[in-house]
Design a protein around this ligand. Structure first.
Ligand SMILES: NC(=O)C1=CN([C@@H]2O[C@H](COP(=O)(O)OP(=O)(O)OC[C@H]3O[C@@H](n4cnc5c(N)ncnc54)[C@H](OP(=O)(O)O)[C@@H]3O)[C@@H](O)[C@H]2O)C=CC1
Ligand SMILES: [Cu+2]
Length: 460
């Protein structure tokens, strides 16, 4: 594999001009893994270590020198050492003056120290340009090449040029740099690896709450009500009927919640007349977990498909069907084909199939391996246009399915409307507001406000 990649690199045009030497302090797990990756990408690497004995673990093309000697050989020095050992760097302050120091360190606890490790490093070596990077990439992933999940490298620093140089290296390693601003952002970046599934927390919590709510709602309407009024035991609904109601409802609501922050943001921008003011914190966080919300919605939609496919083999359904046939036979009366029902049933099925197909397409295009292969405009097109089309189809699917029952008073039990009716509230709000925003009198000023904003990948 090594041989292959060096062959490919020999063909690549940009490797012909020699890359600059990179110095790495610390020959621990991370220093070695990063060094290995850098050498693979064509960078000469020199390690700065307490012991210049070269162990067999160190990449064979790399040099190992004392800290001072190694630092003199490069303009960029990666500090792959734990924060508590940083103090020795003060004695190297003179050599490190004017150099770019890359802090990769992590902590064991959130907000462990009053200042971030990167800011601490900047205080220790005031003459150096400190850049925070690489801390969210694990040594193991670097070494094994399983970087799919953590291709993003958050970068921050006060010196623009230094930051740019580090971002160029990140790119050269085949990773994606994300500029997070000044060194003040380091604290937050250092907390990222300690947060468990930060982007998934809100979507999962929300879907758990909604599931619980709709479960009890359907339980009351479909099981308890029938028991109290008709003395019928429908408790078996808990197994398939109620889940198959919760799943489409959650899929629809969560999908609508993917697009709700977008329309809220548009309203806020229109109201403020500028994009150069931060959104409220909750909206920012909501925007950043839209992809996860969408994927949870897709999971519910897929479950709905599975639950629906088993309907014909359910005992209850077969029993109901045969008893209808028998009762028609006993009464010697055949029910005529009701054209309205045929149309309603076929169209909600068709809408469901198309909606689910687009839903899956949306899910596939959100995978990093696919989205990395389309450009930003194509990605926006798919996620926004296709997304709204999916929302429209799924809303219509739900509307047609419960549509004929919405207006009839008999469908209310204990004044509680059909659960599908509740599920339509959020999607209808999103679609109506979106429709209003399309009108030129709103769309034109919004486009002007947003010129350039669309390209900010943070809100993808
Ligand atoms: N492991 C990982 O997956 C990741 C690690 N990081 C960060 O990278 C840094 C290094 O981590 P990791 O490689 O795992 O840790 P290791 O313990 O494997 O390596 C740390 C290295 O620091 C050097 N060191 C230790 N004590 C001192 C000291 N008193 N003075 C000078 N140098 C010292 C040593 O290098 P030598 O013997 O050559 O002097 C040692 O090998 C940490 O800040 C960590 O938070 C960030 C992202 C992921
Ligand atoms: Cu459905």
């Amino acid at each position: 594999m090594n041989k292959n990649s060096s062959n490919i690199m020999a063909l690549a045009p940009n490797t012909s001009n020699k890359r600059e030497t990179i110095c790495i302090f610390g020959t621990g797990d991370f220093g070695r893994a990063l060094g290995h990756k850098m050498i693979q990408s064509g960078y000469p690497v020199v390690f700065g270590s307490r012991s210049t004995q070269k162990s067999s673990l160190i990449p064979k093309d790399a040099e190992v020198l004392s800290h001072a000697e190694a630092a003199q050989k490069a303009a960029i020095i990666i500090i792959a050492i734990q924060r508590q050992h940083y103090n020795f760097l003060t004695s190297l302050a003179e050599i490190l003056h004017g150099k770019v120091l890359v802090d990769v360190s992590n902590n064991l606890k959130i907000n462990q120290y009053p200042e971030s490790n990167a800011e601490y490093l900047a205080q220790l070596v005031p003459g150096a340009k400190v850049v925070k990077a690489f801390n969210t990439v694990s040594a193991w992933a670097l070494q094994s090449g399983t970087l799919d999940a953590s291709r993003q490298v958050f970068v921050c620093g006060d010196d623009m040029e230094a930051k740019q140089r580090v971002m160029d290296i990140v790119r050269a390693l085949g990773l994606t740099p994300l500029d997070q601003g000044s060194l003040l952002a380091a604290q937050e970046i250092e907390n990222y690896p300690l947060q468990l599934f930060p982007m998934w927390k809100f979507p999962i919590l929300l879907s758990l709450c909604l599931t619980a709510f709709f479960f009890f709602y359907c339980l009351i309407r479909d099981v308890i009500y029938s028991y109290v009024y008709d003395n019928k035991d429908f408790s078996f609904f808990i197994a398939i009927s109620i889940p198959n109601r919760i799943c489409p409802i959650l899929a629809l609501i969560l999908l609508a919640l993917v697009y709700l922050p977008g329309v809220l943001a548009a309203i806020i921008q229109l109201y403020r007349g500028t994009k150069y003011r931060r959104f409220p914190d909750w909206l920012d966080k909501w925007m950043l977990c839209r992809k996860q919300l969408g994927l949870v919605a897709l999971a519910f939609a897929s479950l709905h498909v599975l639950y629906t496919l088993v309907i014909p083999i359910r005992y209850f359904v077969r029993w109901r069907m045969s008893s209808q046939i028998i009762s028609q036979a006993l009464n010697n009366k055949t029910e005529p084909l009701n054209n309205t029902y045929v149309w309603l049933s076929d169209s909600y099925l068709a809408l469901g199939i198309l909606g689910f197909f687009l839903f899956v397409l949306l899910g596939i295009t959100s995978l990093p391996s696919v989205s990395n292969n389309v450009n930003w405009r194509e990605f926006r097109f798919v996620q926004s246009k296709l997304g709204y089309l999916t929302l429209i189809l799924c809303t219509a699917h739900t509307l047609v399915y419960g549509g004929n029952r919405f207006l009839s008073p008999s469908s209310y039990r204990w004044y509680l409307p059909n659960a599908y009716m509740l599920s339509l509230i959020v999607p209808c709000i999103v679609l109506v507001v979106k429709l209003v925003l399309i009108f030129p009198c709103l769309d034109k000023p919004l486009t002007r406000i947003r010129q350039g904003w669309e390209r900010n990948p943070q809100y993808s």
